[in-house]
Ligand binder design. Structure first.
Ligand code: NAD
Length: 508
């Protein structure tokens, strides 16, 4: 097996700083590299390692662009519409390249990276359509005075993104922020800087005014932290680990900075005795092993009713064993490598924990070796049965291809188990009894519950978490509201110089 063949892009990729429309090196020329996770002998990307000074310049550029209303950005919704639609078009025109960049940096099979790019284009198009529809509200009081509620952009926004779906994660923040009239500083994840840069580079082929979109690659603790701490930034839109999110929320609170957080998950997938086994099993596989399970909404806990347990598990295991693990470039590959050595270790530690605890390993469990696997972070798709939901395997986010299976007796126990975690991002329910499926969907405390499907994320819908999975919502109209303030403009309609209320202070 070869892992670097099959990409037509020239390596290494790059990611400079982009400040006020200009690309540049970091202070002192510092750089960092990103390896190819499928073949670590190869450098995928060389990126500028932004310093404190660099990120401050990016923030300043964004602040100046907003405060000067550059190009009438805040009010000219037609310009914003045009920029967003054009970006969608450019993404589609460059889809093959973008898919390869994502596939390379993440280790995502090209079959998954390609639709991932298409979704990013859809997101820009959707918010392009909303940019000119930011209607406010108006209300007339009995005395003729008028309340106007107008929507305004929040201002300068820091977009701090993770590596697992780099293009759509960025698009889900960037497109609505721009539709609202904000200016931004993007801090991409250090495993995937080129994916973010490729997008910014395309945007600079549109009519976007300079300084509206700035890109600051570099370490989270330097670049990300400054974006969070800076008084010049009005809002943080963060996607990443729950621990990082808690820290960001605490620091942002010092300035009463607006924060939206898309954090971790531990998605339950509830299968009742009367479920369509074939459909549920296929949907489970998709949720469990898409992007090697490195997804916040990954199906991580299969909660299966006792009567169907063995039949369902047999089918899931059968499908799992057929998955082709291999080079992301190969069109037939179903699952690629993990993103990094540290992620591989985390996954292996969870597998060891499952074995040591005595859970029943029904398939997988090994790091793949030989046959070209040695230079990449390949781990088998792994399923443990008989898992205690209260154990580490049932509670903690693994972010890898390791799934816990647990039995339940009845509806109440299913809901109890589904909710017995700190997270509440997504869940799935399978039952042929629709009223029951709906009842359970209502009782599960999660931002999205799928009935008869898995991992459907239409841009028209929403994405976001209950409990420790986050604050705020992305996608849809809610995703736009997260980047807007609402202002009341009150206009007197009485024409009176001495209004009745003034009598509380003025006698005549
Ligand atoms: P991470 O928290 O390690 O990093 C996310 C981003 O934050 C990166 O750009 C990183 O450089 C930056 N960062 C790190 N420390 C920082 C700090 N102190 N201040 C400011 N920024 C900092 O997460 P990750 O490993 O990149 O992503 C995986 C995590 O993301 C998983 O937990 C996953 O569940 C979560 N995730 C959630 C969603 C969602 O929509 N809820 C989507 C995708 C991923």
């Amino acid at each position: 097996m070869t892992t670097s063949e099959g990409y037509s892009i020239k390596l290494p990729l790059s990611c400079p700083l982009v400040i006020n429309g200009e690309e540049g090196a970091a202070t002192g020329g510092k750089q960092f590299t990103r390896e190819n996770p499928a073949d670590t002998r190869q450098v995928a990307t060389v990126a500028a390692q932004g310093s404190l000074e660099d990120v401050q310049s990016a923030i300043d550029a964004s602040r100046t662009a907003f405060d000067s209303n550059t190009g009438n950005w805040i009010y000219n919704y037609k310009l914003r519409e045009q920029v967003l639609f054009r970006t969608a078009q450019l993404i589609r025109e460059n889809a093959q390249r973008l898919a390869q960049v994502v596939s390379l940096e993440v280790g995502m099979p090209i079959r998954q990276a390609t639709p991932h790019v298409a979704v990013a284009a859809d997101i820009f198009e959707f918010y392009g359509g909303l940019a000119g529809k930011l209607y406010g509200e108006s209300f007339t009081l009995p005395n003729g005075s008028m309340i106007n509620l107008v929507k305004e952009p929040i201002g300068v926004v820091g977009l701090i993104t993770p590596w697992n779906f780099p293009l759509t994660q960025t698009a889900r923040k960037l497109a609505p922020a721009l539709a609202a009239g904000c200016t931004v500083v993007i801090k991409p994840a250090s495993y995937t800087p080129a994916a973010a840069y490729e997008l910014v580079k395309l945007m600079h082929q549109t009519a976007i005014p300079k300084g509206v979109v700035n890109l600051a690659p570099g370490p989270g603790v330097v670049v990300g932290a400054e974006i969070v701490n800076s008084k010049k930034v009005d809002k943080i839109s963060f996607t990443g680990e729950t621990g990082t999110g808690k820290d960001i929320a605490a620091r942002a609170a010092r300035e009463v900075k607006r924060v939206s957080l898309e954090l971790g998950g531990k998605a339950p997938y509830v299968i009742f005795d009367d479920a369509d086994v074939e459909a549920a099993a296929r949907a489970a596989i998709f949720g469990m092993f898409r992007n090697a399970g490195q997804a916040c909404g990954a199906t991580t806990r299969l909660l299966v009713q006792e009567g169907i347990h063995q039949r369902f598990l047999n089918r899931v295991v059968e499908l799992t064993r057929k998955l082709e693990v291999g080079a992301p470039t190969r069109p037939s590959t179903d699952m690629g490598p993990l993103v990094s050595r540290s992620q591989e270790r985390v996954v292996q530690d969870f597998i060891k924990y499952g074995l040591d605890t005595g859970f029943d390993l029904v398939t997988g469990g090994h790091k793949l070796r030989g046959n070209g696997f040695d230079n990449g972070y390949y781990v088998e798709p792994t399923i443990f049965d008989g898992v205690d939901n209260a154990s580490k395997l049932g509670q903690e986010e693994i972010f890898g291809p390791v799934v816990a299976v647990t039995s339940f007796k009845d509806e109440n126990e299913a809901v109890e188990l589904a909710n017995a975690v700190d997270f509440g991002l997504v869940a799935g329910v399978w039952s042929s009894n629709y009223p029951r499926a709906m009842r359970v969907a209502r009782r599960i405390r999660a931002g999205t519950v799928w009935i008869w499907d898995n991992y459907a994320q239409p841009v028209e819908g929403i994405w976001g978490g209950y409990k420790q999975s986050g604050i705020g919502r992305e996608l849809g109209y809610y995703g736009l509201e997260d980047f807007m303030e609402v202002k009341q403009i009150f206009t007197d309609g009485t024409g009176l110089a001495m209004k009745p209320s003034y009598g509380q202070v003025i006698k005549e």
